[in-house]
Design a protein. Structure first.
Length: 478
């Protein structure tokens, strides 16, 4: 559809202004929906005189973004509102509307006329590889729709950490919140590094929030980790870059440095090297010590100093080590805060059968990448469509929380009714408990597992939903 629209508009703009509407009427050949959409684009361009005589195929990418508008269709996704813009293109909130349910997603749309498909495949494959962690935003798919390259991810409704910090005068509202956020960031980094992946552009703008949970996103600069990774040029955002980054060298401690800068900001609302001039900033990063923390935050000075050591080998050797150091500083400060530690269950990839039907591990394979999903497949010959729609609607309604498994879509394919959700590769808590002798392996892991369950329940209850019977808008559903 998008390809058809672009081709017709390109030819329309080659016509005289007074001939365009007649041309579109003829080109639509009786398709009233297509005609209305094309005419609405013409109205947009009437407000932009500089675009009127330029074929759309030759327009700069900045002007192509004008054509992406609310209610426009990109493949199976309906655009709702623009969320932002980056090096890859524009990011939109979109909805996938099916006969059973509507689910919200974030869709990154490439604006380049000839995007680097190899680079996009690399980013998408990498993103698919590092999913399955509550502090990493999961990718749903990467594909090409009507010549439009898109990367679709779960939608984080609470915006970026950068925007959140601005609303809170540049920092976290309390030490407790600062510690909770940086602990989540470090947990996400720990997961990335365990997959041999560096983020390479960690900053508040690339950390999205779901409630109070930070989720790492935007892996456009991520790379598979080698013992020492070198690139031909520096990449990243200068204020968050370590000394070795400017030489194109990247190691785990490169991300640790960025986490240290973010922690400093969360605590103080300032940068550890508070200079604006690029050359002066580089000089400070290479030769100066970070500004000391105020007396009220001195217990964290050792964490800041070690995470911002000039030599990478002198920094924390892992994200978990830095997180443990922060916990120690809290103990020294006699704080009652409990830093959230996510415990990864033992691997279990069994897919079984429930009341709804069979549950399968599936793959969504596109021209760009392949992503794993869990598919609930109804087995009844005459399933109760109304009940299934209610379940799917509730599931979509209560999504967007790291302790609630998100639904990707619910639809009818041929004669099969499917509910598709994110795939949890480590199996159920029940199986994990059995493998650990009937209980959690430690008191700490028991507390953290229970905490995660309670956070998920808290989210459900805030939406007026009970888990067991699904209490929803004063109605009970099984």
């Amino acid at each position: 559809r998008w390809k058809q629209i672009k081709e017709i508009l390109a030819k329309a703009f080659e016509k005289e202004t007074n001939e365009r509407e007649d041309f579109i009427l003829s080109a639509c050949n009786g398709d009233s929906d297509l005609q209305k959409e094309l005419e609405s684009y013409l109205e947009l361009y009437k407000e932009e005189d500089s675009f009127l005589e330029i074929p759309i195929a030759k327009l700069p990418k900045e002007s192509v973004s004008v054509m992406l508008r609310t209610n426009a269709q990109v493949g199976p996704y309906t655009l709702v509102k623009q969320l932002g813009k980056g090096a890859f293109g524009v990011v939109w909130l979109a909805e996938k509307r099916t006969t059973i349910a509507t689910s919200q997603v974030a869709i990154k749309i490439a604006l380049e006329e000839e995007p680097d498909l190899k680079a996009i495949k690399q980013e998408a494959s990498l993103w698919a590889q590092i999913g399955g962690h509550p502090n990493v935003l999961p990718m749903i798919e990467a594909n090409i729709y009507d010549d439009q390259v898109v990367i679709v991810s779960e939608y984080a409704p609470d915006g970026s950490l950068e925007s959140w910090m601005k609303k809170n005068n540049g920092s976290a509202p309390s030490v407790e919140v600062a510690v909770a956020i940086i602990s989540g960031v470090l947990s996400g980094l720990e997961h990335l590094h365990s997959k041999k992946v560096l983020h390479r552009d960690l900053k508040p703008a690339n950390i999205l929030l779901q409630g109070e949970t930070p989720r790492l996103a935007d892996f456009g600069l991520s790379r598979i980790l080698k013992t020492t990774s070198n690139s031909t040029k520096a990449s990243g955002t200068p204020a968050y870059m370590s000394p070795e980054s400017f030489d194109g060298k990247k190691v785990i401690q490169t991300d640790i440095w960025a986490a240290g800068v973010i922690f400093y900001q969360l605590l103080t609302s300032n940068f550890p090297f508070p200079v604006k001039e690029y050359s002066v900033l580089i000089g400070a990063i290479f030769t100066k010590d970070p500004d000391p923390l105020p007396d009220s935050l001195k217990r964290f000075q050792s964490v800041i100093s070690k995470s911002l050591e000039k030599k990478s080998e002198n920094r924390y050797q892992s994200a978990s080590e830095m997180r443990a150091a922060i916990q120690s500083c809290l103990t020294l400060g006699q704080s009652t805060i409990k830093v959230e530690i996510r415990v990864k269950p033992a691997p279990n990839v069994e897919i079984g059968q429930g009341a709804f039907g069979e549950v399968w591990l599936g793959e969504k394979r596109t021209a760009i990448t392949s992503t794993k999903v869990a598919i609930k497949l109804a087995l009844e010959e005459n399933p109760d469509l109304d009940a299934i729609k209610k379940e799917a609607d509730i599931w979509a309604y209560i999504g967007n929380h790291p302790n609630v498994l998100p639904i990707i879509e619910a639809d009818i394919y041929g004669e099969h009714i499917l509910i598709v959700s994110e795939y949890a590769p480590d199996g159920s808590l029940e199986d994990w408990i059995k493998k650990n002798g009937g209980k959690a392996p430690s008191l700490e892991s028991a507390i953290e597992m229970t905490k995660g369950v309670l956070l998920g329940l808290e989210h459900l209850h805030s939406k007026k939903v009970l888990h067991r019977a699904f209490y929803f808008k004063e109605k009970l559903h099984d």
